[in-house]
Design a protein around this ligand. Structure first.
Ligand SMILES: *Cc1c(COP(=O)(O)O)cnc(C)c1O
Length: 387
C-alpha cells in the first residue's frame, strides 16, 4: 500500500465501532474485568489494562504511526519533548555516554546538560556533518547516538545510514528526531535508525491545537523503551490522540502543499537583495541537497534563511507589520510563521557564525502569491527602516 493510501487506512477498524469511520474517544482510567481469572490474566503490555497504559484510541494512533514510520511498535506520550526525554531515560544509566548532534532541538540539549548530567550521564556534541567519522567519537560506554535531520534552525542533513553503521558496529543505538520530515518524507528504519521520535504537535496534529509525542521502535528496542516510558508514566490524553489521528488522515495532502509552497517561497527569497542565504535542503546548491535527494522522499514547509545585517528596529518594522506570517513557537500547523532564531547560542561542537540575522519560516497552506506579497512588503519595510 502506498503512503497516501496507508495514511487514510492505518489504525482504523470501522467494523469494530458500528461502522463509524473514525475510532471513538475512550475516556478511561479504570478498566473493568468480568472475572477473577480475567483480572489476574490481564497485562499492561497486552490490550487495555488501565488508562495510564493507553486506550483503544491511543492504540489506533500508535499503530498508524508505527506503520507509516516503518517501525514495529509506537508509544504515544504527552509532548514531543517527553518522547525525547522518556526515551533517553529508558536507554541510559549513570556512567553512560551519549552522542548528540550539535544541530539538535535546543530543549533536547537542555535536558542532556541539566537532567542527564545530574544523573551522571555524559553528553558530547558532534558535528552534524560527521557521517561515518562518528566512529572516532564512540567510546566503550557510548550507548546512544542521537540524530536529528535536518537540524533544528540550521537544516543540515545528516548521513544517517553512515552514522547508524558506525554506531551499530560499536554496540550503540541510534535515536532520530524525525519531526521535520514527518513519517511520510523520511523512513528512519530503512536507514538504520532504532528509535524514531515525532513531535506529533507539529505535522501529525497539523492544526496548532495539541501537544503530543510519539516514539516508534524496532521490535528489538521496543520492550526497553516501553518499560522506561511507562515508568515515567507520561500519558497521551485520549482527546489529543483523536485529534492527532484526525490530523494524520490529511498529512499526505497537506505535506505535498507545504513542500511545493515552501520551495516556491524559498526560491523567491533567494533572489531578494536583503537575504544573505537560504537554508533549505530541497534547493539545488544547498550543502545538504545531495544527501536529502538520496534519503528523503520530500521536504516539509519549514526552512531557514539569513537576513543581511540590519538594525533591530528594521527587523521589528518587518515582523510587527506582517499580516499572514505570525510570530510564535512551534510549527507544522496550516498557518505560516516567521521568527528570528539564535543558533549561535546553542552550538558547542561547531560554532555557527553569521553577521546576519537567522530566521525560521514555516510556509503554511495559504496561497503563495499572498505569502510572497506579505514577505515582499515586510522586506520593503525592513529596507526603509534600515536606510
Ligand atoms: C517542537 C519540536 C520538538 C518538541 O515537541 P513538543 O511537542 O513541543 O514538546 C521536538 N523536536 C523537534 C524537532 C521539534 O521541532
Amino acid at each position: 500500500m502506498n503512503d497516501a493510501t496507508l495514511v487514510t487506512m492505518a489504525g482504523r477498524e470501522p467494523e469494530r465501532h458500528a461502522g463509524v469511520v473514525n475510532p471513538p474517544v475512550y475516556h478511561a482510567s479504570t478498566i473493568l474485568f468480568p472475572t477473577l481469572d480475567a483480572l489476574e490474566a490481564a497485562r499492561p503490555d497486552r490490550g487495555v489494562y488501565y488508562g495510564r497504559y493507553g486506550t483503544p484510541t491511543t492504540f489506533a494512533l500508535e499503530e498508524a504511526v508505527a506503520r507509516l514510520e516503518g517501525g514495529d511498535r509506537a508509544i504515544a506520550v504527552g509532548s514531543g519533548k517527553t518522547a525525547i526525554t522518556a526515551t533517553l531515560l529508558s536507554l541510559l544509566k549513570s556512567g553512560d555516554h551519549l552522542l548528540v548532534t550539535d544541530s539538535v532541538y535546543a530543549p533536547t540539549r537542555h535536558f542532556c546538560s541539566a537532567t542527564l548530567a545530574r544523573f551522571g550521564i555524559e553528553t558530547s556534541y558532534y558535528d552534524p556533518l560527521i557521517g561515518g567519522r562518528i566512529a572516532e567519537l564512540i567510546r566503550p560506554n557510548t550507548k546512544v547516538v542521537f540524530t536529528e535531520s535536518p537540524g533544528s534552525l540550521t537544516f543540515e542533513v545528516q548521513d544517517i545510514p553512515a552514522i547508524a553503521e558506525a554506531a551499530h558496529a560499536r554496540g550503540a543505538l541510534v535515536v532520530m528526531d524525525n519531526t521535520w520530515a514527518s513519517p511520510l518524507y523520511f523512513k528512519p528504519f530503512r536507514h538504520g535508525v532504532d528509535i524514531s521520535i515525532q513531535a506529533a504537535t507539529k505535522y501529525i496534529g497539523g492544526h496548532s491545537d495539541l501537544m503530543m509525542g510519539i516514539v516508534t521502535c524496532t521490535e528489538a528496542a521496543y520492550e526497553r523503551v516501553w518499560r522506561g516510558v511507562m515508568e515515567v508514566a507520561t500519558v497521551a490524553a485520549p482527546d489529543d490522540c483523536y485529534l492527532a489521528l484526525r490530523g494524520l488522515r490529511t498529512l499526505s495532502a497537506r505535506l505535498e502543499r507545504h513542500q511545493r509552497s515552501a520551495i516556491e517561497v524559498a526560491e523567491w527569497l533567494r533572489g531578494r537583495p536583503e537575504i544573505a542565504g537560504v537554508l533549505h535542503p530541497a534547493l539545488p546548491g544547498d550543502p545538504g541537497h545531495a544527501l536529502w535527494r538520496r534519503d528523503f522522499l520530500g521536504a516539509s514547509g519549514l526552512f531557514g534563511f539569513v537576513l543581511k545585517p540590519c538594525p533591530r528596529t528594521a527587523l521589528a518594522a518587518m515582523l510587527d507589520g506582517m499580516e499572514l506570517f505570525g510570530m510564535g513557537y512551534s510549527w507544522g500547523g496550516y498557518e505560516s510563521l516567521l521568527i528570528p532564531t539564535h543558533p549561535e547560542t546553542c552550538r558547542t561542537a561547531v560554532p555557527w557564525r553569521t553577521d546576519g540575522v537567522p530566521m525560521r519560516i514555516h510556509v503554511g497552506l495559504e496561497d503563495t502569491k499572498d505569502l510572497i506579497a506579505d514577505l515582499e512588503a515586510g522586506l520593503n519595510r525592513l529596507r526603509r527602516a534600515a536606510a
